[in-house]
Design a protein around this ligand. Structure first.
Ligand SMILES: Nc1ncnc2c1ncn2[C@@H]1O[C@H](COP(=O)(O)OP(=O)(O)OP(=O)(O)O)[C@@H](O)[C@H]1O
Length: 628
């Protein structure tokens, strides 16, 4: 596809970043966007990709003004290589193919597509290597960059935009990457545009066309091999031994006079015969032209153009045409929304994201360190409270075990999730802003894929601790396990919300710690006599409900607690023991500790916590933490 951008102006914060930048990118060719740092290269790429609003000017693909539907054929390779580090390249590419290719393609066809891209980008050798990051060794810088490009090429875009694809690569890797892109563009007739920073002269001449910008203004547009002639024309001829890329940037930064010479020569070039035909027309004419070409159904407007007499009329008609262009654009958008808003269906997206999140979280939640932590805690608790006798003297120890279980299995999933979300935020934002999947399928997949991992953890712990301490029988064991499951899901839901709301691990951890400490202190475990004005706070603590539910399970149907031996200096707090009974009835123990509700009255608030925090997390992601 031929991309034409004419007289593009972009403003941000009332500052003009691009000023009348024009150029054409042809199919099968590589266009380099160069310029000193801060010249506006990334801004131009963002404007072409539709990620930044354009103040004025026009962008068209094959003569049709770009709209949302056309932009789906453009892929954008970001400067940073953003991936899940624990997945292998094969897993990453397969996921991308499954989710970004339409459901109408079979699994075999999608996998074939992956194989083709892998071969074209020479990635076969590292398919089973994990992507890696600064802590995990994985793909090399060049391989990661190719992987990044491969993820975009899978959708078979007609145009590829790359932001500094060679940054951070050594010369030979950068050269081989540009070579690969050149061959790919030629063979598949793709249009490739890349911003590039100080390339070597070999790399520089791999590009067919060059667009040079300085402080947002066009400093050169034309064939790469004609740039030396251009500098002769600007009366600053290049020394032959110089790398042209270095020379151009040096001259643009030398002084304002030299820069102005280059800019004015570039403006003179616009009048040359070999200046692209697509860019030769005035803004008004070009608007009419593109409308004529694009708007097949808009015959009324076309008829009006034929009647144009004066320039004023032209301008009026242009305004009409722009309104109609807008309407046309909206119509295309409406149509495309109806047909294919997302590349794949909800079920495909949900299944694929679930598998990926499961694979990625598995290593985080089930690390060796976690296993060691659980074993040490089990041994420690068993040693402290091994086979507790069911007597009045050890009642507080029994409560201690129950309190510890509820605290540990509420806070572990809470902290695991608080830390997991901000670290995957960058990947999710990249994928969401490129429209890979629905937020709802991601969110549902995230909630369900981590569930088995979070629930598996307490099984081992509870089974060992429950029987080694000697808590209430078999039925109560399963009831305890079920309650701990609900409790862990509550902790996970709160952690997920905090992670989403903060999007920053340190901030999220601080808030989570304050949250937990406050609920522990105010939940009524450490003090039985809270100030009356703080009494209500315990009802906000999910620990309060779980702890009371577990106490109920432990004492309601269990064997009675034996009274302590009475002495003259100690008197039992329990009425039955003080009145010479040998055992304390369960109801009295529960009454003594303020457990007056039924089991389900304690459990229902946990379900409310789950629903409220999960919903809040979704709404925060949808309306507040949107990708930029
Ligand atoms: N949102 C914004 N508000 C204000 N100024 C902005 C904004 N975005 C970009 N700029 C400014 O616009 C100019 C061009 O930025 P851009 O990132 O496009 O430059 P660049 O040529 O890609 O630079 P580099 O090579 O250093 O990446 C810079 O001076 C930058 O500070």
């Amino acid at each position: 596809m031929e991309l034409v951008f004419n007289d593009l102006c972009v403003h941000a914060d009332k500052k003009q970043i691009l000023n009348d930048v024009s150029g054409v990118a042809y199919p099968g060719q590589l266009l380099a966007i160069m310029g000193p740092s801060g010249a506006g290269k990334t801004t131009l790429l963002n404007a072409i990709a539709g990620r930044l609003p354009v103040t004025s000017g026009e962008i068209s693909l094959d003569g049709v003004p770009v709209n949302k539907a056309a932009r789906r054929k453009i892929c954008y390779v970001l400067q940073q290589d953003i991936f899940f580090p624990n997945l292998t390249l094969h897993e990453t590419l397969n996921f991308t193919a499954m989710i970004r290719l339409p459901d109408s393609m079979s699994r075999t066809e999608k996998l074939k597509k992956v194989d083709d891209i892998v071969e074209a980008l020479d990635l076969t050798k590292c398919l089973d290597t994990v992507i890696g990051d600064m802590w995990i060794r994985g793909l090399s810088g060049g391989e990661k960059k190719r992987a990044n490009i491969a993820c975009e090429l899978i959708t078979d875009p007609t145009m590829i935009l790359l932001d500094e694809p060679t940054s951070g690569l050594d010369y030979s890797t950068a050269y081989s990457l540009i070579q690969t892109l050149k061959v790919y563009a030629k063979v598949h007739m793709k249009t490739v545009i890349a911003t590039i920073h100080q390339p070597s002269s070999y790399i520089f001449y791999q590009f067919d066309t060059l667009l040079l910008i300085s402080e947002g203004q066009l400093a050169y547009y034309g064939a790469t091999n004609k740039v030396t002639e251009f500098f002769v024309r600007a009366e600053i001829p290049m020394d032959s031994h110089y790398n042209p890329a270095d020379y151009m940037l040096e001259k643009l930064k030398e002084d304002e006079k030299t820069r102005q010479k280059i800019i004015s020569t570039a403006y003179e070039m616009r009048k040359d015969d070999d200046w692209p035909k697509e860019l030769q027309k005035t803004g008004a004419e070009s608007n009419i032209k593109t409308t004529e070409r694009s708007d097949k159904g808009n015959t009324n407007v076309l008829k009006k153009y034929k009647k144009i007499g004066s320039q004023d009329k032209v301008n009026d008609e242009v305004r009409v045409s722009l309104v109609n262009l807008d309407e046309d654009d909206q119509e295309v958008e409406r149509d495309s929304k109806k047909t294919a808003k997302w590349p794949s269906g909800f079920i495909t997206q949900y299944t694929q994201i679930t598998i990926r999140t499961f694979r990625n979280s598995k290593s985080l939640i089930f690390s060796k360190l976690k296993m060691i932590e659980t074993i040490i805690l089990c041994v420690l608790i068993s040693l402290i409270w091994f086979q507790l006798p069911r007597v009045e003297e050890t009642l507080r120890d029994r409560m201690g075990v129950i309190f510890y279980m509820s605290m540990h299995w509420g806070f572990t999933p809470l902290f695991d999730t608080v830390t997991s979300f901000p670290s995957e935020r960058i990947v999710i934002n990249k994928e969401r802003s490129s429209g890979w999947y629905r937020l709802s399928s991601y969110y549902l997949a995230k909630m369900t894929s981590e569930l088995p991992l979070i629930l598996l953890q307490p099984i081992f712990f509870i089974t060992i601790v429950y029987w080694s301490v000697g808590l209430n029988g078999v039925t109560a064991f399963f009831a305890t396990l079920g309650t701990i499951f609900i409790h862990s899901i509550t902790g996970q839901s709160i952690g997920l919300f905090l992670g989403i709301a903060c999007m920053d691990i340190r901030k999220a951890m601080t808030i989570a710690t304050v949250f937990i400490m406050a609920f522990m202190l105010l939940g009524g475990f450490y003090t039985r006599h809270l100030p009356s004005w703080l009494f209500w706070v315990k009802y906000l603590s999910f620990l309060h409900y779980t702890y009371h539910a577990l106490m109920l399970i432990e004492f309601q149907d269990g064997p009675q607690v034996q009274c302590a031996v009475q002495t003259s200096i100690s008197e039992s707090q329990f009425y039955s023991c003080a009145n010479n009974a040998t055992h304390i009835p369960s109801a009295e123990v529960l009454q003594h500790y303020g457990i007056t509700w039924s089991y389900w009255q304690y459990i229902c608030p946990l379900f409310i916590f789950i629903v409220v925090f999960r919903l809040a997390g979704y709404l925060t992601l949808r309306f507040i933490q949107k990708p930029h």
